[in-house]
Design a protein around this ligand. Structure first.
Ligand code: GDP
Length: 295
């Protein structure tokens, strides 16, 4: 996916080769191609437009040094703008508190349960924490079992109660359990639906209100392209989450979500999922992602 976008941008920059300087006309020509490449990669229209507009203004405002070609300068400016668009520096996860509470939200199949396991593993092994995983999907017993399987695999305790049908009660009991047993981070996995619906939103909102989490994360499948941005907006409007987890970046995804989400909901991407295994988790670095996009 990214190769595709990179190739297209590179091809677009070739338009500038042979031109001695950056002019309004040759920049416009190239950026038209860049914009098309971004749209093809599922970046939303407004974001792509603002991006190219901003690159254009910066490019025209800069003197071209003799040591750098207009194409290289434009690449550099695109890189800087991409980093900016994706939030500048990496955004740290907040997990302090006694215990720190991290709440997952997102659609079914987005990768919440997998990410909950990955995050617990990360906090245990990289941050020296004692995490407790909590299964709050009261609709799908299989989701509870899935979290138990991951917990067993990772040597991390999973709190669940298949008899209780109120996720708020399960989460509250889990926090009491964490306090009495010196767990210092509680990771709450919640139910998701196949599409945004009122009942799911009411539920996640009630859980968030009751728990007052240290961090609420929105987990989204990067393969869903433009829908990822719309879903992010729907969740953010309702629960005002703190950060985004972009999963399945290892797949055949077009990556546009990474560019658009920050711009549309103004929340940072904090982690990316790069596989099904428990160690396939990366902190999101805007610099690295911009490198990857531009090649
Ligand atoms: P949930 O319904 O939101 O809890 O989603 P799951 O955690 O059950 O994930 C749905 C599917 O996506 C499972 O088959 C996971 O193994 C898979 N999955 C989750 N994260 C990733 C990822 O980063 N990369 C890949 N390739 N698959 C993932």
């Amino acid at each position: 996916m990214f190769e595709n976008l990179t190739d297209k941008i590179e091809r677009a920059f070739k338009v500038l080769k042979g031109h001695g300087q950056i002019t309004e006309i040759n920049v416009a020509e190239t950026l038209k191609e860049v914009r098309r490449a971004l749209l093809d990669a599922d970046v939303n229209f407004k974001t792509a437009k603002e991006f190219t507009q901003s690159v254009k203004e910066k490019a025209l405002g800069r003197n071209v040094l003799t040591s750098i070609s207009p194409g290289q300068l434009l690449t550099k400016i695109c890189h800087e703008e991409l980093v900016e668009l994706m939030g500048g520096a990496e955004a740290e996860l907040q997990f302090q508190g006694s215990p720190g509470i991290i709440l997952m939200s997102g659609l079914q199949g987005s990768g919440k349960t997998t990410f909950s396991g990955k995050l617990a593993n990360f906090l245990k092994n990289k941050k020296g924490k004692k995490p407790l995983l909590v299964a709050c999907d009261v609709y799908r017993p299989a989701a509870i079992d899935q979290l138990h399987v991951l917990g067993d695999q990772l040597g991390i305790e999973v709190f669940s109660n298949k008899e209780e049908k109120n996720p708020v009660k399960i989460a509250e009991a889990a926090i009491q359990h964490a306090k009495s047993n010196s767990f210092n981070v509680v990771i709450v996995d919640t139910a998701g639906r196949l599409a945004v619906d009122a009942e799911m939103m009411d539920e996640i909102e009630a859980i968030k209100k009751a728990l007052n989490p240290t961090e609420t994360l929105f987990v989204v499948d990067s393969m869903t392209g433009q829908d990822a941005v719309n879903t992010a907006k729907a969740f953010n409007d309702r629960i005002d989450f703190d950060g985004v987890v972009l999963t399945k970046l290892d797949g055949d995804t077009r990556g546009g979500a990474a560019l658009s989400i920050k711009a549309v909901v103004d929340k940072p991407i904090k982690f990316v999922g790069t596989g099904e295994k428990m160690d396939a988790l990366d902190v999101f670095y805007p610099q690295r992602m911009a490198d990857r996009i531009l090649g």
